[in-house]
Structure formats: structure tokens, C-alpha cells
Design a protein around this ligand. Sequence first.
Ligand SMILES: *[C@@H]1O[C@H](CO)[C@@H](O)[C@H](O)[C@H]1NC(C)=O
Ligand SMILES: *[C@@H]1O[C@H](CO)[C@@H](O)[C@H](O)[C@H]1NC(C)=O
Ligand SMILES: *[C@@H]1O[C@H](CO)[C@@H](O)[C@H](O)[C@H]1NC(C)=O
Ligand SMILES: *[C@@H]1O[C@H](CO)[C@@H](O)[C@H](O)[C@H]1NC(C)=O
Length: 361
Amino acid sequence: MEHRTGRAGNRSERLWPQLQIAAVFIFVLIQTSQAIDDIYNPGRYDAVVHDVSGSGNWFPNFKCMDSPGSPKPAGTSPPNRLLISAPNTSGTYPVIQLHHGFTLRIDFYSQLLEHLATYGYIVVAPQAMDLVNINPNAKDEIAQMADTLDWYPNNLEAKLAEIFPNLNVKPDLEKVILAGHSRGGKVAFGLATGVCKSVLSFAGIVGIDPVDGGLPYQQSQPPILPNKPFGLDLPFPTLIVGSGLGKWCAPAGVNHDAFFNNSAPLAYHFVAPDYGHMDFLDDKLNGPFEYVLIADHTCWNGPSRAPLRNFTGGIMVAFLDSILFNNSEFLDRALMNIPHAAPLTLDTPQVTNFISEYAGA
Ligand SMILES: *[C@@H]1O[C@H](CO)[C@@H](O)[C@H](O)[C@H]1NC(C)=O
Ligand SMILES: *[C@@H]1O[C@H](CO)[C@@H](O)[C@H](O)[C@H]1NC(C)=O
Ligand SMILES: *[C@@H]1O[C@H](CO)[C@@H](O)[C@H](O)[C@H]1NC(C)=O
Ligand SMILES: *[C@@H]1O[C@H](CO)[C@@H](O)[C@H](O)[C@H]1NC(C)=O
């Protein structure tokens, strides 16, 4: 017995250098493999998008509160139409309120909403202005979105119970995340900085190619960027995703670079150089044709939308898993910027933790 054990030991000692070489080889294989990381594909939950009608009033007087008001009474309709995507499995999940871009429709984001929900998030996308009541000043929209947040405490759980009558799908209102694309990013940061106050507080923010105005270096009302490094000093972490071709619709000085430069630690910045401002939307836009026309033809975009949209869903999950659940495995991998691990080529990711550039691969 002893002898045999000894021999086996000797044999594995002899094999050790070969095993090390094999390990290096497998490592290289993983690094160069074409397989993208799981987070950029749907997660383990089933999720679909549900349409919830609002109060139907397009011109309500949303009051911009300078101190938190009170939650909306139980049984009231949300102030605006919502899309809600949530896991079709009983559980308690964080809530992401996602704000759409200027002149866009919440329906255009259904694939991104689903992606997030399949990872265990309840995503609520409220419809803001219509093409007939566009307002270049975002203050009314910020007030409206604060009102939507005020609707959650007494109503969101009941709405989820209506959607999933046989399940117990609950929102965790201690973990509310603000997110927004384009002008919706400005709205999200407007809520985060307290331009209009909600009864809820927040656990994180995501700017998806956010813009603080429509012209280079010209902020629209109300200006959100303080125009100084670390000026957006929020009590929770920030993720900024930018598009390299977005300059026409997200001009210099008011775009993702400016938001990131203004963000205090902890903030992350990922930029997709070969994709554009509308590449976060669904492959095929479903909605009134004038909105579809605007979304499809106003910005300079990449060859297709899936890579940037899948990346954005995945990096949001990585960021949220890190800040909400202390699981930074996916975010750490994303920061390494391993070729082929993401569905597209990225610029070197940046982190503001007093070292401006992450020493990535
Ligand atoms: C949830 O999944 C069940 C079983 O797969 C299905 O019957 C039901 O329609 C789904 N519910 C929703 C709201 O998607
Ligand atoms: C952001 O900051 C970097 C480094 O300080 C600077 O090179 C860059 O021009 C700034 N970009 C914007 C949009 O402010
Ligand atoms: C994006 O994700 C979808 C699943 O949601 C998948 O079918 C598709 O292959 C992905 N595309 C890219 C380019 O990542
Ligand atoms: C977070 O995770 C790290 C590494 O997995 C662990 O060492 C640490 O204790 C965790 N922190 C909390 C607050 O759970």
C-alpha cells in the first residue's frame, strides 16, 4: 500500500511541470476564447415585460418637491404609463427605475429591461413626455419621475401581485437604483442630486450615454453637471456607459465623459468606441412610426444594436451585483477588459478611486 502511494506521489511530482504548462495553455485558451462572459446573455430567471397604464393625464401638475413629500396612497394609478419587467419567480428583488431618452418611448427598451430582470432585478420604466408636450427644460420630467418613485411604497408590491397572482414577487425599496439613457440620464442624476425630492433614497446610479444638454458645452435647464471634477459627490456608486459614435446626439462637454469627469468615487466608466447613441435600444423598435423614425435616423450608430445593448445589460448587472451584493467577480473581470469576454471592443475602463486609469489587460 505504502509503496503504491509512494509511486503515485512520485508520478504526480514528475507530471507537475507538464500540468503547469497545461494550466498556462488552458489559461491562454480562456483568454483568447470567443465565448463571451455569461452576464452579457440572459440570466437564470424567466422575465417578460408588462405594460401598466398610468393615470392617463398628460398634463398633470407635477410638483417639484424641495423636501420629500409623502408616498402616494394605496390603490392609486402610477402617474404615467410604466413598463415593468421582473423575474417570474417568488423573491425580493432590488428595483431599477430606468428613464428613457429625449423623444423616445419606453417600449424601445424592452430587451434591456428583460436582460436586467433575468438577473433578479425589478425594472420599472416610466413614460415621460409625448412628442406633443416636449419640453427642453427637464425639471417637469424630474418632478414626474420623483412622483413615480413616491408611488412605489404603497403600490408597487400590489401591482406585482396583480402581474404574478400565484407568486410572491416583492420589491426591495432599500435597494433602489436610478438609471437613464440620454436625457433620461440627466433626469436620473437630477433625482440623485435632489433637484426634485422623492420619499425614497437610492443605492446606486447608472448613466447610459447620459446628456446634460443638446449642444456642445451647453447645458439645458436645470443644469446637472457642476463642471468640476468630483463635483457629483453622491452617497452611492456611479456607473457611466458611453458610446464613441454618440457625439452628434450626445455632444462634447455634456456627454458621458463629462458625467464621468464630474463623478466622485466610486465611479466606473466603460466606453464602446464603435457604437452609437441609439445602440442601447431594441433591435426592432415597436411604437408609433414618428418615434421610430426619430430613434432610427437621428444619431450616428454602429453596425447593429445587440452588442452594445447586451454589454450594457451585463455591465449593469456586474456593477449592481458588486455594490448591492458584495459580489464583484463580474465587475472585476469586466475591468480587466479581456478581449472577446465582452460582445464588443471597449476602450480601457476607468475608475475614479483616485487612480484615473485601471491597469487592465
Ligand atoms: C410565469 O411562468 C409561468 C410558468 O412558466 C407562466 O404560466 C406564467 O404565464 C408566467 N407569468 C408571467 C406573468 O409571465
Ligand atoms: C476629463 O478629464 C480628463 C483628465 O483630467 C481630460 O483629459 C478630459 O479632457 C476631460 N474630459 C471632459 C469631457 O471634461
Ligand atoms: C445578445 O443577447 C441575445 C440574447 O438576449 C443573444 O441572442 C445574442 O446572440 C446576443 N448578441 C450579441 C452580439 O451579444
Ligand atoms: C465582501 O466580499 C469579500 C470577498 O469575497 C469578503 O472578504 C468581505 O468580508 C465581504 N464583505 C461583506 C460586508 O460581506
